[in-house]
Design a protein. Sequence first.
Length: 96
Amino acid sequence: MQVFVRDNNVELALRVLKKKMQREGLFREMRRRRFYEKPSVRATREKAEAARRLRKLARKQAIRDGLIAAPVRKPRVNARSSTELRAGVITTRPQG
C-alpha cells in the first residue's frame, strides 16, 4: 500500500493512508489480532459473522423484491454537499 505526498502536504497523505487502511479493514484486523484467539472462539465468531452477512443480504434482497419497505433516512440538517466541501465553498447564514 502506498500513498504519494504531493506538494509536501503530509497531512493530506496521512488522511488518504488512514482512509485506505480503514477500507482494507486493517484497523479491525489489528484489533482482532491483539490477543490470541482460541480456534473454537474463532470458529464461533466466523460463524456469527457469516450469519450476519446472510441476514444482511436477505434483507437487501427483500427490499429489492418489494417484500419489505426500505428504511427511511433522516435528512441531514445544515449539511453541505461533497462538491461544496471539495471546492472549498464557504456559506454564511444571514445575520438577524
